[in-house]
Design a protein around this ligand. Structure first.
Ligand SMILES: Nc1ncnc2c1ncn2[C@@H]1O[C@H](COP(=O)(O)OP(=O)(O)OP(=O)(O)O)[C@@H](O)[C@H]1O
Ligand SMILES: [Mg+2]
Length: 512
């Protein structure tokens, strides 16, 4: 079943003996991979297994340990090489955090790699705008204004720009496109557009390597898949020879009992939240209730208004009309601080910009919201704080389990566990989750869902969760609201709550 040899075309890329050590610890061990031209190859593995580290080494952003070798189209690249030298050989990369500068416009971000169109030293803004729109059109997003500030765009639009930018650099002779979790923040419609582009590039002979935690995607688009576990390669397989279960077991190295917790139907407890006639920019006249001990899902496509509901409930955006009542009391929620006072917490979609303080330690991040508890006799009581932090690291299985590590050095999924731990610590009455499993591996996702389920049951709290993954919503949520074009079109529960029904209602105009 192992397929060490590419099924496609001539060998284009030969990667040999890539290793990487950080302060004495190996996070990538002797990684080899041979890829054919026109091959689409997926790289998968648990959070922190070394995928991004490998890609950073390959791109020249970090240098691998001595002994690594790389050949592209039969030519050896002397290591270390710079990202520019790699690009000369047609190696193009999109990294996990997309590298979008929020204070720059879309076209300025596009120019960060390709440079500006100039004439006589002056930037040709019109030409630049046209080039930008053309590049975005390849992904079906020529509606993004080239002069828009990146900070006004969503995470998925940042992903789109980063991918368009990398593709724009591949004009002719691009032999190898590498994407680190390109779809983590993308809605399904854009995922399909991206895969369309990827397949077309592959047909033209480009080799594509991408990282994903969404295994369905791997089967949809990849010819072969390589699994990493604990810094080592487990093997390379033809996707046609595997099913999802077999792949999951290779990733986690054991049989996985149950991916999702049993979502025990709650006996209908008291109403905690009442939303009536909520109207803002995208949503109009949305009314629903949420109960104690309930995990309430919100399904819908990007732009359907699901994230806006979350922002309105967290006071990060103001409603035009409608009312929000918590425990029977009307609340105004003028800003996130007033929402937090009302017992509402929010784990945002955009972890990198809003959830994680990368230059602070894991301990500082975890006790950020609760540090007041450890304040006694005019100073922080470090003993109890350290104790609690290490309990949290264990409970949430944050790896590496070092309180003093900088948060920014943790892998994406481990950062996500940290953000969740931080917010659950304040025991909110209502917890708002926007894409909580984004960038999280199958094992960690299962852990996170079990933690949420357990936390809700223990505290009789309420979770309201937005996810693009309807399977997840169906499995974890007691009830699911479906939004379409800013309107609430269904409130699904029990037998009516199925993935098919959600898809139908979210996509189709005449399904409701
Ligand atoms: N600059 C660094 N200094 C120290 N350790 C690091 C650094 N960068 C990464 N690591 C560690 O290397 C290991 C591999 O991290 P990496 O980011 O490659 O994981 P990953 O497979 O991409 O995970 P994810 O799926 O969560 O993105 C992790 O244990 C991480 O904490
Ligand atoms: Mg990664």
């Amino acid at each position: 079943m192992t397929s060490a040899e590419p099924t496609h075309g001539a060998h284009t890329v030969e990667i040999r003996a890539f290793s990487k050590t950080f302060s004495g610890q190996r996070v990538l061990t002797n990684f080899d991979l041979v890829l054919g031209s026109g091959e689409i190859h997926a790289l998968v593995g648990e959070n922190g297994c070394g995928k991004s580290t490998f890609i950073k080494c390959l791109s020249g952003y970090q240098s691998p340990d001595a002994g690594a070798e790389l050949e592209v189209r039969g030519e050896r690249l002397a290591i270390p090489y710079t990202a520019a030298q790699a690009a000369e050989r047609g190696l193009v990369f999109v990294h996990q955090d997309f590298g979008i500068v929020p204070t720059l416009s879309v076209m300025e971000n596009m120019a960060l790699s390709g440079g500006f169109s100039t004439r006589g030293g002056a930037i040709q803004w019109r030409t630049q705008a046209i080039k930008t729109t053309e590049a975005l059109a390849v992904l079906g997003r020529d509606d993004i204004p080239p002069d828009a500030l990146a900070s006004t765009l969503s995470a998925s639009e940042h992903a789109t720009i980063a991918i368009a930018r990398a593709l724009a650099g591949t004009k002719d002779g691009a032999s190898f496109l590498v994407l680190d979790e390109p779809t983590a923040a993308l809605p399904q419609s854009e995922v399909n557009a991206l895969f369309h582009v990827i397949r077309r590039l592959a047909q033209q002979g480009t080799t594509v390597l991408f990282v994903s935690h969404r295994l369905q995607e791997v089967f949809d688009v990849a010819d072969r898949v390589t699994v990493l576990r604990d810094s080592r390669k487990v093997g390379t397989f033809d996707t046609a020879d595997l099913d999802e279960r077999a792949l999951v077991e290779k990733i986690v190295g054991r049989e996985l009992a149950a991916l999702y917790p049993e979502s025990a139907p709650t006996s209908r407890a008291e109403v905690v939240l009442e939303v009536e006639g909520l109207t803002a920019t995208r949503v109009s006249e949305v009314s629903f209730t949420a109960h104690r001990g309930e995990i309430l899902g919100i399904a819908g496509l990007q732009g359907s208004g699901r994230s806006e509901i979350i922002r309105l409930l967290f006071g990060a955006q103001q409603r035009r009309s409608g009312s929000i009542r918590i425990g029977g009391q009307e609340v105004r929620l003028r800003n996130p601080a007033s929402a937090m006072k009302a017992g509402i917490a929010h784990v945002p979609e955009d972890r990198i910009h809003h959830g994680v303080f990368g230059r602070m330690t894991v301990a500082e991040n975890l006790s950020l919201l609760t540090v007041g508890r450890y304040w006694k006799y005019g100073r922080i009581q470090t003993g109890p704080e350290t104790q609690r932090v290490s309990e949290l690291i264990n409970a949430y299985d944050i790896r590496p389990s070092s309180a003093g590590q900088l948060m920014g050095r943790l892998s994406g999924g481990n950062q996500q566990k940290g953000v969740l731990a931080k917010w659950l610590e304040i025991s909110p009455t209502i917890l708002l989750l926007d894409e909580p499993a984004q960038g999280v591996d199958v094992g960690a996702k299962s852990d996170i869902y079990h933690l949420i389920e357990q936390w809700v049951a223990e505290h009789s709290s309420t979770v309201i969760m937005v996810s693009s993954d309807f399977e997840d919503l169906n499995a974890l949520c007691h009830r699911v609201l479906v939004l379409r074009d800013g309107k609430l079109v269904a409130d699904l529960e029990n037998e009516s709550k199925t993935v098919d029904r959600m898809v139908e209602l979210a996509y189709l105009k005449d399904a409701g």
